[in-house]
Design a protein around this ligand. Structure first.
Ligand code: SF4
Length: 362
């Protein structure tokens, strides 16, 4: 029979305190347990030595602390590490460590699969299976930090793995509160970036949150018709509405919205596209991150040549738009978001050498 005990790793500190009070214990035990889980990465009640034996026993009987399990770990020669993680119900997700971007970055998932169906994305092809819980979202960071021995090291987090974070809004925001809690990993919101294709009602809500991550918009196109095809949510919340919402978004001083632009050979990478992008971003405090496509079997697009990418970037730069081009990473392990899972479901041959990897597909 599946274990149905509640998971304490998904509770925010105040919720843990409330649970302890409900069990008849002083509130401060909630903070102690939160610290053990999130700051020290301890998931065995027996090891929580400053908590009384009786309480530890009571907790072990009534609760559990879930942590995603590493099924496969692939390390690229450039230092990129991609983890395939199994959740308590057997579902699998991907999390990635990307070194030197310019600092260390963890890329985490918010859903099993994704409902957004972007035309260039393997995860989008899977469709949505289910939302991740706050514990499963925050737990990926605990696993990455433990695997890479980075519990005491500063790192960035990007919500850019599998899933659309704003399509799983409440769990994502709860996970961010857990990750930024001063008694846990205490990651500064300045070090967290949430990437969205533009689920507008949720984006408006995000603008009012006390814990405010940096914002990245997965733009990928400069015309409504083409974006309708590449990023289907555009049919509901169009490019113009999305950019208007970006103009209203409360960007903090000295910060900017990042516009992610996946480059598809002969599709959205022409000089005209670049000039249209300049015009679209007029009046928005933003910067552009160009992402030459991570090619993968089943994705009907190709990566443009470096010349095309550089020419596109040059046009943006000549018009005063800050632009960066994502470096190719993890070429010797799987690159595209969802590729590890797609391959894993095709073969049960762990350790098989695979063609290529990079962190995310968008
Ligand atoms: S690019 Fe992101 S939002 Fe689009 S289908 Fe893939 S995971 Fe979902």
């Amino acid at each position: 029979m599946p274990d149905s005990k509640p998971d304490l790793a998904g509770l925010e500190q105040h919720e843990l305190e409330r649970e302890l009070v409900r069990l008849g214990h002083p509130r401060f035990h909630g903070r102690q347990i939160f610290q053990w889980i999130h700051k020290r990465g301890v998931t065995d009640f027996a090891l929580m030595t400053d908590v009384g034996r009786e309480l530890r026993q009571q907790l072990a009987e009534g609760f559990r602390i879930l942590t995603p399990e590493v099924v496969r770990k692939e390390r690229s020669s450039d230092g990129t590490v991609k983890l395939l993680l199994r959740l308590a119900d057997g579902k699998q997700i991907e999390s990635v460590f990307i070194p030197d971007t310019p600092s260390q970055t963890f890329c985490i998932s918010t859903q099993v699969g994704c409902a957004m169906g972007c035309a260039f994305c393997l995860t989008g092809k899977m469709g949505i299976d289910r939302n991740l819980t706050p514990g499963e979202i925050a737990g990926q960071v605990r696993v990455l930090a433990a695997e890479l021995k980075m519990l005491d090291v500063r790192f960035n987090i990007v919500l850019m793995g599998m899933g659309e974070p704003l399509h799983n809004y409440d769990a994502t925001m709860a996970a961010l509160r857990i990750l930024t809690d001063e008694h846990g990993l205490a990651v500064s919101p300045k070090r967290i970036t949430l990437s969205t294709v533009g689920v507008l009602p949720a984006l408006e809500k995000l603008a009012t949150e006390p814990v405010m991550p940096n914002l990245a918009i997965s733009l990928h196109s400069t015309t409504e018709d083409q974006r309708d095809m590449l990023v289907p949510i555009n049919r509901k919340y169009g490019l113009k509405e999305l950019l208007d919402a970006c103009r209203r978004f409360p960007v903090k001083r000295r910060e900017r919205i990042t516009f992610e632009y996946v480059m598809l050979d002969g599709v959205n990478d022409t000089p005209d596209d670049a000039r249209r992008l300049v015009r679209l971003l007029h009046g928005i405090r933003g910067k552009v991150n160009l992402l030459p496509l991570n090619e993968a079997a089943g994705i009907p697009f190709e990566r443009p040549s470096d010349d095309r990418v550089n020419r596109f970037a040059q046009i943006l730069s000549d018009h005063g738009v800050t632009v960066s081009v994502r470096k190719s990473r993890g070429r010797d392990i799987r690159a595209a978001c969802g590729q590890l899972i797609t391959e894993s479901s095709r073969t049960n041959a762990p350790g098989r050498r695979l063609a290529s990897l990079m962190p995310v597909s968008r």
